[in-house]
Design a protein around this ligand. Structure first.
Ligand code: E4P
Length: 226
């Protein structure tokens, strides 16, 4: 299956292994993003989560580095890489916060061939700098901007314009998605990826007219059978 040359990817934004397994079985999941809050919510340890998640999804899996100094971030990233079986290492993506220390770490990790996802991005300037430093992905958090009364999707438009102008190959992950309309807006702007909480993916799949249609077909099928 393909949507032409470019294909919008869907990542699932959770550390809930049952949800990841179920949604991956739908054939719609290209990757996973986690953060410490999501791991804590899953009720499992970080180790348990990463042990299983790589077996379920063959695509970029973002895991957060929690250090604040570049050197420590690089060390933490390498420690994470070393715990992942060799066959899954191509999918490891280290989430690095958008700070000057984070940019230093991204520069080093990029040179060492470790994928990074620069997170907590709230402006197009931050996305531009992360891309310059060598980020594989940038994650603008649109819902958190909406929460403070700023139109989050506007920065996606700006980032997509800038990255297109200069053929920047860093991919934009629209993050902090709060409802299905965010996904449509992200897709219309040509964002590479939307990372979506499971509950919102479940809302995307539903339509009341689909349910009514199925019910009617089933009723009529019973009449035909009689
Ligand atoms: C994904 O990488 C982010 O951690 C996540 O989308 C943040 O979402 P939130 O703003 O709902 O916590």
């Amino acid at each position: 299956m393909s949507f032409g040359v470019r294909r919008m990817k869907i990542f699932v934004d959770t550390a809930d292994l049952d949800e990841i397994r179920e949604l991956a079985s739908w054939g719609i999941i290209d990757g996973v993003t986690t953060n410490p809050t999501l791991v804590a919510k899953s009720g499992r340890s970080f180790k348990e989560v990463i042990d299983e998640i790589f077996d379920i999804v063959d695509g970029p899996i973002s895991l957060e580095a929690m250090s604040e100094i570049a050197e420590d971030m690089v060390k933490e990233a390498k420690d994470i890489v070393s715990t992942i079986p060799e066959k899954h290492r191509k999918n490891i993506t280290i989430k690095i916060p958008m700070t000057p220390e984070g940019l230093k770490a991204v520069k080093v990790l990029n040179k060492q061939g470790i994928q990074t996802n620069v997170t907590l991005i709230f402006s197009a300037n931050q996305a531009l700098l992360a891309a310059k430093a060598g980020a594989t992905f940038v994650s603008p958090f649109i819902g958190r901007l909406d929460d403070i009364g700023q139109e989050g999707m506007e920065i996606i438009e700006e980032i997509m314009d800038i990255f297109t102008n200069y053929d920047i190959d860093t991919q934009v992950i629209v993050a902090s998605i709060r409802h299905p309309i965010h996904v449509i807006q992200a897709a219309r702007l040509g964002a590479h990826i939307a990372t979506i909480p499971p509950g919102i993916i479940r809302k995307m799949v539903k339509h009341s007219l689909t349910d009514v249609g199925i019910e009617r077909f089933l009723k009529d099928w019973k009449k035909i059978k009689k």
